[in-house]
Design a protein. Structure first.
Length: 245
């Protein structure tokens, strides 16, 4: 079965990387979440995609120059008009808050390390320690475009699954994955033709393309039993997957 991972939660219908988006993803039938992490000024792991808060909130500035308290004051649905009537505006969550909520479900969680542009000191160590604190080793996949960070994660916690993100064609990517001790690949779906996906899976490497939003692309990947798809529309993907049974 092709697993469904909700990209930043149900980001197509809810404010991305918020608890509201993650709760909607769970209700959609998805098996997993995909989320992004940075470090705040006071060293807390916070869940937000960009290096700045400008695009997704009513604030401005770099995440690493704001404390958790300052980040929590922001409206994380500022530019998502359908959520403007909420009594309590969605907030930027900490990874710990997400993990606490995950105690009540069985969702997998793909954590993307956003340390390609800003090299956060000890980000890998902090994320891994939190995973161990919650005993979520079997529920977590760590991904990143920064493949040095993935190697660092493997060195610190070889029991955790890692998966390199990439957006262009990669020659025999299953060999590369094994070279950096990764058990998965997270390619842009445009860089993941059926032949490559099937060969990688035949070599024991899970393939979870992103960001798969068109029905035709979902159908193609589900038809070949791709390991998983990462989508902004998990509810749509769930309905399409049901139609294959």
């Amino acid at each position: 079965m092709t697993f469904i991972f909700a990209h930043r939660g149900s980001a197509g219908t809810h404010p991305e990387n918020t608890m509201e988006s993650f709760i909607a993803a769970e209700k959609s039938g998805a098996e997993g979440l995909e989320l992004d992490v940075h470090l705040s000024k006071d060293g807390e792991i916070v869940v937000i995609h960009d290096e700045t808060v400008d695009r997704t909130t009513n604030g401005k500035g770099f995440v690493h120059q704001l404390t958790v308290a300052e980040l929590k004051e922001l409206n994380a649905s500022y530019k998502f008009k359908t959520f403007q009537s909420f009594i309590r505006s969605p907030k930027i969550p900490t990874l710990k808050e997400v993990f606490e909520w995950m105690r009540g479900n069985n969702l997998l969680c793909n954590i993307e390390m956003k340390n390609g542009k800003i090299m956060y000191p000890l980000l890998e160590e902090k994320v891994i320690q939190l995973i161990r604190d919650y005993r979520y080793e079997e529920r977590i996949i760590i991904s990143s475009f920064n493949h040095y960070s993935l190697v660092r994660c493997y060195q610190l916690a070889p029991e955790l699954e890692t998966a390199p993100l990439y957006s262009d064609g990669l020659y025999m990517p299953w060999i590369y994955a094994k070279a950096i001790h990764s058990k998965g690949l997270h390619p842009n779906f445009k860089a993941a033709p059926n032949m490559i996906i099937q060969e990688a899976m035949a070599n024991g490497i899970a393939v979870r393309p992103y960001t798969v939003n068109k029905e035709s692309d979902m159908e193609r990947l589900i038809a070949i039993q791709c390991s998983a798809i990462i989508t902004d529309y998990p509810e749509k993907a769930f309905k399409i997957r049901k139609s294959f049974k």
